[in-house]
Design a protein around this ligand. Structure first.
Ligand SMILES: Cc1cc2nc3c(=O)[nH]c(=O)nc-3n(C[C@H](O)[C@H](O)[C@H](O)COP(=O)(O)OP(=O)(O)OC[C@H]3O[C@@H](n4cnc5c(N)ncnc54)[C@H](O)[C@@H]3O)c2cc1C
Length: 330
């Protein structure tokens, strides 16, 4: 690991004063479960690490009449255990799927959302875009993107919380670059597909950070997350989907459906949404929504299997949100 300066500010303002405008010069440390590994492998080599650990204002969960504000340094475990999650089952389910206990206790909301891709070419120091996409196209791409992969970026977005939060229409509060600067942004807009190695997977400038996630009241919407995975160990799902729906009179009036592990950003499926709105949720309509979701898939040479998994994940997330059984394998 490269030697670095360690800063442990106590306020949001001090954090901003310590962050550099030069990409790579400073990195933010939350729970450290991703960042420390990246530093040990010299994939990121900051001169200064700015820890958020002593900033108490980032550790609270506050609810008011319109929204719930979750601090970026709230641990995944504390969020899942909080009574507000009764109203957001998609969140509790997404966190509940994460093995292990240690990761849930140490990982934070901000860190989970900003963790770097698991792409093995990136983790093998071949760049976020893996040699302008060539390494992925020509190599082992079984865990890579099946949507939004026609540009240079072909990794799949790793966050498990993001699909659930996007389905729930969450926003992020971003602070900086200057003290007093604050931006509220829908989470789906926060993520972007990088076009060059100078860009990251989100829109944050190097001297900005996420301070909060803001969840609107569900107002009668029901939600669920569903993951398709190899096993129960500390590994990422192959594909995940989250759905939030407003059903009145047995008919879906509004829906938000997001997938994870399938594109360089969490992937909102407009096709699935269009397929389910105006209909009741049952096995046939959920299946049709899953089919619609994958109608725009563009799998790579070794990941066509993910198309079927994505279809199943959308279908089961919808059935689960509606409280229907999800048994069976298709
Ligand atoms: C062995 C191992 C197994 C894992 N298995 C799984 C798994 O099965 N499923 C799964 O989902 N995850 C898994 N993870 C990843 C884990 O969920 C993430 O590492 C964790 O959620 C990141 O949270 P953190 O607080 O530790 O972030 P950190 O490691 O501290 O930070 C992660 C990244 O986010 C940035 N960051 C952190 N907070 C902010 C903020 N507020 N604003 C802006 N940027 C910020 C950091 O600079 C860094 O780049 C695994 C990790 C390890 C080490």
């Amino acid at each position: 690991m490269k030697a670095f300066e360690y800063a442990s500010p106590r306020t949001e303002r001090e954090v901003l004063e310590l962050l550099s405008a030069d990409r790579g010069h400073t990195e933010i440390l939350a729970g450290g479960t991703d960042l420390i590994g990246l530093m040990k492998k010299m994939i990121v080599k900051p001169d200064r690490v700015v820890s958020l650990n002593r900033v108490d204002s980032l550790k609270t969960i506050d609810a008011n009449s319109t929204a719930v504000h979750v601090g970026a340094m709230v641990t995944l475990e504390d969020l899942a255990d909080n009574p507000i999650c009764e109203f957001y089952p998609a969140i509790r389910q997404a966190i509940g799927e994460m093995a292990s206990q240690q990761l849930r206790a140490q990982g934070t909301v901000g860190g989970e959302l900003c963790q770097r891709p698991r792409c093995w070419f990136f983790r093998d120091k071949r760049g976020l875009l893996a040699e302008r996409g060539r390494a992925v196209e020509e190599g082992d791409n079984r865990f890579h993107a099946i949507f939004g992969n026609r540009g240079l970026a072909k990794f799949s977005a790793p966050s498990r919380l993001a699909p659930a939060l996007i389905a729930l229409d969450a926003r992020v509060r971003i602070l900086g670059p200057n003290p007093g600067d604050e931006t509220l942004m829908p989470l789906e807009v926060f993520y972007r597909t990088p076009k060059s190695e100078r860009e990251r997977e989100h829109t944050l400038e190097p001297n900005q950070f996420v301070s909060q996630v803001i969840l609107p009241h569900p107002e009668g919407r029901v939600s669920a997350s569903y993951e398709v995975r190899h096993g129960m160990g500390p590994e990422y799902p192959l594909v995940a989907a989250a759905a939030s729906v407003l059903v009145t009179g047995g008919i879906v009036r509004e829906a938000r459906i997001a997938l994870g592990q399938v594109a360089p950003t969490p992937w909102i499926s407009r096709e699935a949404i269009d397929a389910i709105v105006g209909l009741p949720i049952n096995y046939e309509t959920a299946e049709a929504a899953g089919q619609a979701a994958v109608s725009v898939a563009s799998p790579l040479s070794h990941n066509e299997y993910k198309v079927q998994l994505a279809k199943v994940a959308v279908k089961r997330a919808l059935l689960k949100a509606a409280g229907l059984e999800t048994g069976g394998l298709s």
